[in-house]
Ligand binder design. Structure first.
Ligand SMILES: O=C(O)c1ccc(O)c(O)c1
Ligand SMILES: [Mg+2]
Length: 903
């Protein structure tokens, strides 16, 4: 007979995050019947023990255990007296709680002696006292107990003590972490087992206390044979609580309601595993067995008007065709072979603009109604479906990651009738036959929950978990598949919270399509213009060294950026598309001779680095692909109210390639962002730079007046270098030419080892007031990293000449400050400065010969837009001002795009 082990599921408060009130609510909501209360949770609670008792009763929870009571047995008489006093006070608490069982763990105390008779005698005394008060003692062997650390030893002592109020607490962790044989449990009479605790754990080679207190997992998520353990326990006839006791750092901070549901799911799945094939198909309280799955029927992507066309373009290039259009929704069906992708253009609240996100998985089930019952029994929300009268009935369940899992019957795919054929059929050019697997990424907080959901609800079996050292941190992955191997869902997480420096794609997802010939597929897809991800040559050199492949295979892999692996049975060829809509990509895979894995551990980091490289190239080179467009930099003065991280975000959003950052306070009134002395500001700025791909073009301002020493700028220069800047803006308000030339030269010398040029700017109101004077300084200084920064405003206001400009060495110029200004030259310095700081105009709006001056400069210089404009910023805000500036500059300065040729 199958054991129905979930009749009294319990959970220890230590499994759950929050205070006792949160924990009890979560346990009850997940339909646990009992709890183990940890002393520390009670101690910290505002509720009296009587109130806790009431609150538990109100929620239908029994208090199955109070714990832990430590370091009691086999001690000298004076310690024993103190321990018994401590026990009596603890019994008081149990009485007030209405709990009857106290857990006593085997001693780790230096006071204890290795004497079983003494331990038995003391525990007998303890049990007698408990008995008088209607209480019982459950004795647990901690795996690290000083003398008693196996359940067999604990059982010898309990037997020797021979008191009816003394029994065992069996904790799977302590038994299985020591590789003790749990079969010995079978000889323990059921009425001597007072309590059973269940915890799984990953295999780890570490101190057992650390392992136990930080890494336990709910049953089924680790490497222990919990079903075997539970089977031994139940074979004794034990009918008491089966209680989860999982010390885990992630659960300790996860939403307790979710964690409690995870726990319940794991218990139900354990029940199923223990029951084995003997479980009747439907049991009143039991779990309907998972129906057989028949494969991936479709994968649905939520897209918008930006990501949709990019995904559709990639699908076309992979050989898919848009074959159907949904009758009532903006959903497109794309097909090739048995692979189907739905593009859902309906507004989807959870999807960030421009992204494509997997929002549903369609899986074939032999019995969708039973799949739904199973999901419900596992506390998974079965979704109501709004259905037009003539549309197919589909069962769908919401996964914790928000993906809807549709279960589609085997008897013809009715749901396809919801799509009106477009008349297109897939030409099959891409040679794709089916969907091989789907790969999802979750935050570490959700990983176990998601894993447990897919596995329990769908009846999938998990592979070994893998860990790879990826470019931006550790990635843990675990694929799960149905017994027939037709459905595979790979789940990944970054087990350590990412440092905010990491520029990685958040939660990447991919759909892997199957082909019978990866090389032919790659060739065909390339011909169709598929955005195949380029894999670096180094990978193939390493592959050659490792596997000694036939030269023509290696050459074909290299030519098509196909990755390769082999195992005992066969080989695996896999290649990838570039990212489509920021987090999604496709894979094309060929499994040769029954290869079952997902590539060797080196391949994922290679792919991730290639995606990173591609993304940066996209961010940086987009303007270079088109010679008619310029690179723009957002100079800080244009939006000085934005802090550096905000400036970077504004620049990225508006389509700039660079920013210029102001590191020094130039005027007393302006906001100052002390990047040189504020490490947190530096960190967040670098994080935004890494995340957006924006680069720092220049930092300002090294203004060397008569009483300044270039050495005062060392920290400033280092800060610029730390930000990855290329240029430093300098000004020389100093009437003594010899001195300023000398100081400029020294500043250049300091900047040179940091990879920085020093670019001299010549505001017309300073003692370096025009192009000629600036050029004299450069000639005098004779420094290879000296530069000349033309600011169109200063150039125009100083009456500098375009002919002079043309005559200067091209290598002096590294970028240019672009703006316009009202016509006419103000007569006072005050007015000049006011225009420069507050009243510039967008190129083409004012009186400066913007195009004429720029024409006199070398080709290809970045255009740094330095356009402070106080009134406009006051109206539209700094971010929008920055966007308007680049829009206006592009309109005026970039050679207009020709209309794209009709497709
Ligand atoms: O880590 C511990 O000390 C500890 C305490 C109580 C238990 O039930 C247990 O399994 C471990
Ligand atoms: Mg325990």
């Amino acid at each position: 007979m199958a054991h129905d082990i979930a009749h009294h599921p319990a959970i220890a408060t230590v499994c759950l995050s929050g205070t006792l009130e949160d924990k009890l609510a979560a346990a009850a909501a997940a339909r646990f019947r009992g709890v183990e209360i940890f002393a520390s949770d009670l101690v910290a609670s505002a509720w009296s023990p009587e109130r806790v008792r009431q609150e538990c009763a109100r929620r239908g929870l029994s208090i199955d255990l109070y714990q832990p009571f430590r370091d009691f047995e086999a001690v000298p008489p004076d310690v024993l007296a103190a321990n018994l006093r401590r026990a009596e006070r603890t019994f008081d608490v149990l009485e007030r709680l209405g709990a009857t069982t106290l857990l006593v763990c085997s001693s780790v105390s230096p006071d204890a002696v290795d004497d079983d008779d003494l331990a038995a005698e003391h525990l007998h005394e303890l049990a007698s006292r408990a008995h008088r008060r209607g209480l019982r003692i459950a004795y647990e062997a901690l795996a690290w107990g000083r003398f008693v650390n196996t359940y067999a030893h604990a059982w010898r002592i309990v037997r020797r003590a021979g008191h009816p109020a003394l029994g065992l607490c069996l904790d799977s962790f302590h038994v299985l972490s020591r590789a003790d044989d749990p079969a010995g449990i079978r000889v323990v009479p059921a009425d001597r087992i007072f309590h059973v605790q269940l915890a799984d754990a990953p295999r780890m080679n570490m101190d057992v206390v650390e392992w136990s207190r930080h890494h336990r997992l709910f049953p089924g998520l680790g490497a222990f044979d919990l079903a075997g353990f539970a089977g031994h326990v139940l074979s004794t006839g034990y009918t008491g609580p089966l209680s989860l006791e999982v010390f885990n750092d992630v659960y300790r901070q996860a939403d307790p309601r979710h964690a409690a549901i995870d726990g319940m799911r794991s218990l139900l799945a354990l029940q199923e595993a223990v029951g084995g094939s003997a479980a009747p198909a439907v049991r009143p309280d039991g779990l309907p067995p998972a129906p057989a799955l028949g494969g991936h029927v479709f994968t649905e992507l939520a897209v918008d008007e930006r990501s949709g066309p990019s995904v559709a373009g990639a699908l076309t290039a992979l050989g898919f065709a848009h074959t159907g259009q949904h009758r009532s929704k903006p959903v497109e069906l794309w097909e090739q072979g048995a692979a189907r992708v739905l593009l859902n253009f309906a507004p989807h609240s959870r999807v960030a603009p421009g992204t494509a996100t997997i929002c549903a998985l369609g899986l074939e089930s032999a019995d969708p109604a039973r799949s739904a019952r199973r999901a419900e029994r596992l506390l998974a929300p079965v979704l109501p479906r709004l259905r037009q009268p003539e549309e197919a009935e589909l069962v769908s369940v919401a996964a914790p990651d928000g993906i809807a899992v549709f279960l589609v019957g085997t008897d013809g795919h009715d749901w396809l009738a919801d799509f009106v054929p477009t008349g297109h059929t897939a030409p099959g050019d891409g040679r794709i036959t089916a969907t091989d697997h789907v790969s999802l990424t979750d935050s570490v907080d959700d990983f176990d929950e998601t894993t447990l959901f897919y596995r329990a609800v769908l009846g999938l079996r998990a592979d070994e978990s893998t860990e790879i050292a990826a470019p931006f941190g550790l990635i843990r992955g675990r694929a799960a598949r149905d017994p027939a191997g037709l459905v595979t869902i790979a789940l990944n997480t970054a087990p350590l919270r990412r440092g905010d420096w990491a520029p990685a794609t958040p939660s990447p997802q991919h759909i892997a399509f199957r082909t019978d010939d990866a090389v032919a597929s790659a060739r065909a897809m390339r011909a169709l213009g598929a955005p195949v991800l380029t894999i670096p040559d180094n990978y193939y050199a390493d592959l050659d060294a490792r596997l000694d492949l036939p030269p023509d295979l290696l050459a074909a892999l290299r030519a098509h950026s196909i990755l390769y692996d082999r195992d005992e049975t066969g080989g695996y060829l896999h290649f990838y598309t570039e990212m489509l809509g920021s987090r999604l990509f496709f894979a094309v895979v060929q499994r040769v001779d029954g290869y079952r894995g997902h590539g060797d551990p080196t391949s994922a980091p290679v792919r991730m680095a290639a995606h990173r490289e591609r993304r940066l190239r996209g961010l940086r080179d987009a303007p270079e692909r088109d010679r008619r467009r310029h690179d723009y930099s957002l100079a800080h003065l244009t939006a000085l109210s934005l802090s550096p991280p905000e400036l970077v975000d504004a620049a990225a959003a508006a389509g700039y390639r660079y920013v210029g950052l102001r590191l020094t306070r130039v005027t007393p009134q302006e906001p100052h962002y002390p990047l040189a002395t504020d490490p947190a500001l530096m960190r967040s700025t670098r994080a935004r730079l890494a995340a957006t791909g924006i680069e720092v073009l220049d930092v300002e301002l090294a203004r060397i007046s008569p009483d300044e020493d270039p050495r005062d700028f060392e920290r400033f220069l280092e800060t610029g270098a730390e930000l990855g800047a290329r240029h430093v803006i300098a000004q020389l308000p100093d009437p003594d030419r010899a001195r300023k030339v000398d100081r400029f030269a020294r500043l250049c010398e300091l900047a040179r080892p940091l990879g920085l040029t020093v670019d001299l700017e010549f505001p017309s109101w300073t003692e370096t007031p025009d192009l000629r004077e600036a050029a004299r300084v450069l000639r005098g200084a004779e420094q290879p990293n000296a530069g000349l920064l033309v600011d169109l405003l200063h150039f125009a206001r100083s009456g500098s000449s375009v002919a002079d400009l043309r005559a200067l060495p091209a290598h002096w110029f590294h970028f240019v400050h672009v703006c316009d200004a009202p016509p006419g030259v103000p007569t006072t310095n005050e007015e000049l400065i006011h225009t420069a700081r507050f009243e510039r105009l967008f190129p083409g709006e004012g009186g400066i010969d913007v195009r004429g001056i720029l024409d006199a400069l070398p080709r290809g210089l970045p255009f740094a837009l330095e356009i402070p404009r106080a009134t406009l910023v006051a109206q539209v805000g700094a971010t929008e001002h920055a966007r308007l500036a680049i829009t206006a500059a592009r309109d005026y300065l970039d050679i207009p795009h020709e209309a794209p040729a009709a497709a």
